[in-house]
Design a protein around this ligand. Sequence first.
Ligand code: SF4
Ligand code: SF4
Length: 560
Amino acid sequence: MNALRKLFGFHGGVKPAPNKDLSTREPIAQIALPERFVVPLHQSVGGTPRPLVAPGAQVQKGQRIGAADGNVSAAVHAPTSGTVLAVEPRIMAHPSGLAGPAVVIAPDGLDTACERDPFLWRSAKPDEVRDFLRDAGVVGLGGAVFPSHLKLRAGREHPMQTLVINGAECEPFITCDDMLMRERATGIVRGAAIMGELMQPREVLIGIEDNKPQAVAAMRAAVQAAGVRGMEVVVVPTRYPAGGAKQLIRVLTGIEVPHGTRSTDFGVQCFNTGTAYAIWQALEQGMPLISRIVTVAGNVARPRNFEVRIGTPLAQLFEAAQALPDTERYIMGGPMMGFRLPDLAAPVQKATNCLLAGSPALFPPPPPEMPCIRCGDCAKVCPADLQPFELYWFARAHNYGKAQEYSLFDCIECGCCSYVCPSRIPLVDYYRYAKSEIWARERDKASADGARTRYEARLARAERDKLEKAAKLAAKTAAGRQKAEQAMAGGAAAAPGEAAADPKKALIEAAMERARAQREAAQPKNVEGLSAAQQAEISKAEARRELARQMADNKEVPPE
Ligand code: SF4
Ligand code: SF4
């Protein structure tokens, strides 16, 4: 056991049957390359990587096929060499059964790896190491798939006291970390040592449950061989969920990480053993994260652990472990926290730690749900120190505000409360539903807020355009008025003969002159040789014409 190290307890927890022995009898096996790889682009917390390949592209093993979308993201890589057939949505291993973006690759069978220059992490700057790990696609392999490079940052900005390597693996049936520690302890210890160099903690504690004596022995031998100062393997009591990060930190250090805080606020950071191994592979072997260990157990003839390339169809793993004919459901994860798989065409992802085949005998259907009797058993076992029955009432009543007030999001979905509930209430299902509803409402609210912001911006833009147009029109009018005034002032000052200089005016005057001349030419002349009577008649006619012209000009009727 542990010499002189004091261990602490955590609140709650249960002791379900471990069911771990069957899948640890045989060593880790390699799964054959499938006919098609479906490599999901979104495999970590954060943004979905941007595809770097198109259909028809030839890729090599380890080639980056998806670039991290910002810093909270991690790249994805081709698991083997071959041809890209499609970049399209494919069904994913998720309770919803929804499709997600993926790169479909037809292997060429050669498994040719792309050349990678060794990364000299010791001489690199911390930011360069983190960028390298992000581009190598390293994420937390304990299930959370949080990009590891972001967690390594904590050591540079906050003084780090303890680095915890989580080998507790408390959930029944799951043995992938146990087998990794037994068979590849050296790589894990080297990965932990690298993290220690990057984060400079006072101590590195590798926590392993006492039901894994072979893993403890292998890891202790590796630590001794590596001779890393301040690194220690600590055996912790077997109690579910001792493998939860907060619970293991509590057991090893006595630090209680309260609601709403992070372990780094107390100088502690925690990584899974598989993550430590992946960091070592990436930094010292230049191998990005393209495979992981997966436990396949339950109702299968040959339960064991497989090293599986990311993107392998789940069906191939159940086939390799020989799922029995009475299997009626397939589960990803363990019996406490896992979920039912909607489709076995979905691929293995970085988060896939365990696959279980379920039969009615192995996992009998739960008895009908009964009303809550307020016995309080659920609260006694809750490792997050919550009041599960209160959360249940609020979730059931769709009173999500109250559920949040009672720290719904501190629930780690460990399933301890459901496990002990005498009324067989599937409490975790209620919490998951409530969380998804709250997320959906927040998404809707964010989208409505975005639409309102866009609408208000459009209105402001229209108002601005209107004001600009009005200002332009006012300026134009003022300029016209000023011009007219200047023209008028200029006209008054012009010389009398100046109009003649205007060609238009000259033309008008010439036309008027011609008309006057024609009128005069049309006037009857005193013709010699006419009689006096004729002369008198002509005079009268002229007088009448003159009178008519005057009337037309004056528009007046003369007196009779
Ligand atoms: S254990 Fe079940 S019955 Fe008892 S208080 Fe909790 S929810 Fe109610
Ligand atoms: S599932 Fe949530 S509420 Fe239930 S015991 Fe676990 S942490 Fe507590």
